[in-house]
Design a protein around this ligand. Structure first.
Ligand SMILES: Nc1ncnc2c1ncn2[C@@H]1O[C@H](COP(=O)(O)OP(=O)(O)O)[C@@H](O)[C@H]1O
Ligand SMILES: [Mg+2]
Length: 221
């Protein structure tokens, strides 16, 4: 079977789940991917205040109207800072679906959600609008040319449907409990253990290893 190259995995419209323990290099890797992607518009859904991830490239957008305006101005990088990430997700989903339709899906979009287990938590509840929005991003985004990148240090706590939807999984070292919660995905834990410092192992959905990925130092803030 032929599998895609790392380059293809990082740039096509299919989504990437980024998993691993804290302080392993996940956010730095995606910070670089966000800043350097060839996709047309890359949006990072950040937190305000103490939890705000630093060094995210792009113009600030504090509400959906700002995001809409930034896209209309053809900004390529947007740091979206909603008052509340959970309540902002359904609106962002609907806005980007509109943008995609209006451009006949020609615009290559990218959306990054760090600490994604907070926005798409694992729960038995039926209607959870923010989790359901993330499910739509990861499940149907690709058809609309929207690449979704979800990052979590807590794979036990993230919505498994969103995780299953990912075609690519970048995996960093994690605790054995965390490994057990994703044991079905067929990750090569030996490769993960042997990866260079700060590097994760990019897997295809089949479990095949595509290669290692790692931030350049200037993106490690
Ligand atoms: N490629 C790298 N080179 C040097 N330092 C790195 C690299 N990647 C991450 N780091 C450092 O490791 C720490 C954790 O990185 P971070 O990306 O925030 O990890 P995580 O998101 O997995 O918690 C940071 O202090 C960062 O500067
Ligand atoms: Mg992080």
């Amino acid at each position: 079977m032929s599998v895609p190259t790392v380059e293809t995995a990082l740039t096509d419209a299919h989504n990437i789940a980024v998993l691993g323990s804290t302080q392993t290099g996940k956010t730095s890797f995606v910070r670089e991917l966000h800043a350097t992607t060839p996709r047309d518009v890359s949006i990072w859904v950040n937190e305000r205040g103490d939890e705000r991830e630093t060094g995210i490239h792009g113009v600030e957008a504090r509400d959906l109207e700002d995001v809409r305006d930034a896209i209309a101005r053809r900004e390529s990088h947007i740091e979206f800072l909603p008052a509340d990430r959970q309540s902002a997700m359904p609106g962002l989903r609907s806005l980007l679906w509109q943008v995609s339709d209006a451009t006949d899906r020609a615009l290559a979009l990218q959306v990054t959600i760090d600490e994604a287990d907070r926005v798409a938590p694992e729960t038995q509840s039926k209607d959870v609008p923010h989790r359901d929005a993330v499910r739509m991003f990861t499940g149907e985004g690709v058809k609309r040319n929207i690449k979704t990148i979800t990052i979590t240090q807590h794979p036990q706590g993230i919505d498994k449907e969103s995780l299953r939807n990912s075609r690519y999984r970048a995996v960093w070292a994690m605790s054995s409990e965390a490994q057990a919660s994703v044991s079905k995905y067929g990750f090569d834990w030996g490769e993960v253990r042997d990866a260079p410092m700060w590097a994760g192992v990019l897997h295809y959905m089949t479990g095949d290893v595509l290669g290692t990925v790692k931030a350049a130092e200037e993106y490690a803030t």
